[in-house]
Design a protein around this ligand. Sequence first.
Ligand SMILES: [Zn+2]
Ligand SMILES: [Zn+2]
Length: 508
Amino acid sequence: MDTPKQSSTVPAGLAGPILARVGIVCLLLAACAKQAPKVRDVVLITLDTVRADALGCYGAPGDPTPHLDRLASSGVRFEWAYSTSALTPVSHASILTGLAGDRHGLQIMAGSGGFRLGEDIPTLATQLGKAGLACGAVHSAFPVAAHFGFERGFSVFESFDPTRAGTNPGDVMQLQRRSDETTRKCLEFLASHPEPSFLWVHYWDPHDALLLPPPEALPEDLPRNKQGRLVPSPQLYAAEMRYLDRQVGRLLAGLEGMQRLDQALIVVVADHGEGLGDHGWWHHRTLYQEQMRVPLIVRAPGAKSRTVQAAVSTLDLAPTVLDWLNLAPGGRLDGVSLRPWMEGGRGQTRAVFAEQHNGYDHNAGEIREQRPQDDHLYAVIDDGFKLLYRPHMPQASELFDLRADPLEKNNLFPAQRQQFVRLARILAGRGAWLTAPPEAQPAGSSAASASVSAALAALGYTGGAGDAAQASWRWVYTCPEHDQERWPKPTPCARCNGAPLLTSEPSR
Ligand SMILES: [Zn+2]
Ligand SMILES: [Zn+2]
């Protein structure tokens, strides 16, 4: 029997257990070495309506966002991050839950009765609250309000409620606040919550030309209408970004002043971008790159500073935050943790998806009138190619080679049939088609619904369109490859066993 050389004083009978224990300690140390350094606070900053290319670190000229750029250079910047939708509540629900729209239940913004995040769905707030963090949200506009179910898990929820007594839902200034005020409320929350906290900050400045930065923050030569009022323009958008960046800088400085910056896990992401005239559209609700591609910066104690080129989804944020804190997700998530990328290694690479259901949204009047081809949109991006699939008008679908054509000017559909079939198969394999307006969930009285509708209209989401009129066509399914096939229900293709692709046909 071997005698341990350096343990002659250890009674023979104990040598085994002690060595085993040393082994366990080594294993624990090894496990600890893999654990990220302790995170004290989690700060999620969602920038409403911010295209990736509005930030200097994503290529915007003129140094418009020095504070965000500095944060990016000390953290992980994801060059190709994609939103799940170009609509505020829908996209935020994915950010907060790690679930795609068909699973988080908030697929459109407005309809008869209103729509809410499912009551039993874990969110970052419910999960981090359970882990002992004080949870606070400070918002800058109504579309992430309690009305949509975002308040669950937060003990402080600084938001907007157009049904509250004394609120005029038609007065847009009562439904949003500027980033200086939002930042002030954030710093107040942090000061009054010295314990480890989760803070969700929602900034809104670049969303529109209604609530403007102070005059001294606006260049003099901005485009105006005949009445002298500022109109939406790329120059105004850039000025609003510049102002917003200063406020993010103030928030970060506040964290630093409280000695809470270095131990904070900070995520900066946008819910979607903005058209700004690209592809002939100024606002959001389409899925071209200027709307679907968003900035994503993660800074955490122990994370490498680097730029990641792989395509990732905003679905991945909730799993990443939970993973970095060594917390188990509350159920199966659609996103994957980005932790391997943050640790300097390679994470999963996979297709990313987005969808947009303007055709079922009661407050989508403007886009439905001007761009009926965007009533139903599904986007899939894989291996540098993007398919923008329009199931109600499949021949109006678009295919882009993002490496050769990042601005999506050269539609390769239907010419590149093989590439179309490849991406359509990925989309079909995902399924999750929305073929009827989502069931309305109770959201209070009809008077409350009217207030909400008025509030959305005041914020620029014009109403009037109602659910998609499907008098002349109906949903059916086909095979991406064998596209002569038609099935009334989703059925695998008899010829290739491929997953069914949603399409439409004349109803008579
Ligand atoms: Zn938004
Ligand atoms: Zn087939």
